[in-house]
Design a protein around this ligand. Structure first.
Ligand code: CMP
Length: 143
């Protein structure tokens, strides 16, 4: 089991001025912020990140949404990070998410769902490396 996961506060989270509230919720749930930045994804970067969804009917809309403004990738640490973070954010569709989850509290719909969380330890490692250099992770945190 890895103790790392990647969160992305998506463009709707930034636009709605919810960065602070969502990070507080994450930290109050026991996650440590190990690296964080604000970036505006290019279409190529978004397509690379979401390559696994490229055959899905919502892919083009997803790329438009994820490139519509800045987002905030965050490398998080906690025991059982991937699973616990997915529980904390709730299901993809906020209408079906459990009460008290981040998506239930703040998300509009299945696309504009405020936050991303890695779905496996393997993807967490890949996704953290997608946004953070070795220097940013290693030199600050000794990861
Ligand atoms: P996430 O699970 O973080 O990563 C894939 C994203 O694609 C998902 O969040 C939503 O933003 C989007 N997505 C997933 N399913 C749908 C859908 N059925 N319709 C529109 N967008 C979707």
């Amino acid at each position: 089991m890895s103790n790392k996961t990647l969160a992305i506060l998506k463009p709707d989270c930034v636009r709605k001025n919810l960065i602070g509230k969502v990070i507080s919720h994450i930290q109050d749930s026991g996650f440590k912020v190990r690296a964080m930045k604000m970036v505006k994804l290019t279409p190529d970067a978004a397509k690379g990140f979401y390559e696994v969804h490229k055959e899905r009917p919502f892919f083009n809309d997803l790329i438009t949404y994820m490139t519509s403004g800045p987002c905030v990738p965050i490398a998080l640490e906690k025991e059982n990070a991937v699973e616990d973070f997915r529980k904390l954010i709730g299901t993809t569709d906020p209408k079906k998410a459990d009460e008290g989850t981040i998506r239930k509290l703040y998300a509009e719909n299945i696309q504009e769902n405020i936050v991303h969380g890695s779905d496996s330890d393997e993807n967490a490692a890949k996704e953290i490396n997608h946004f953070f250099s070795r220097k940013e992770i290693l030199e600050i945190n000794g990861w």
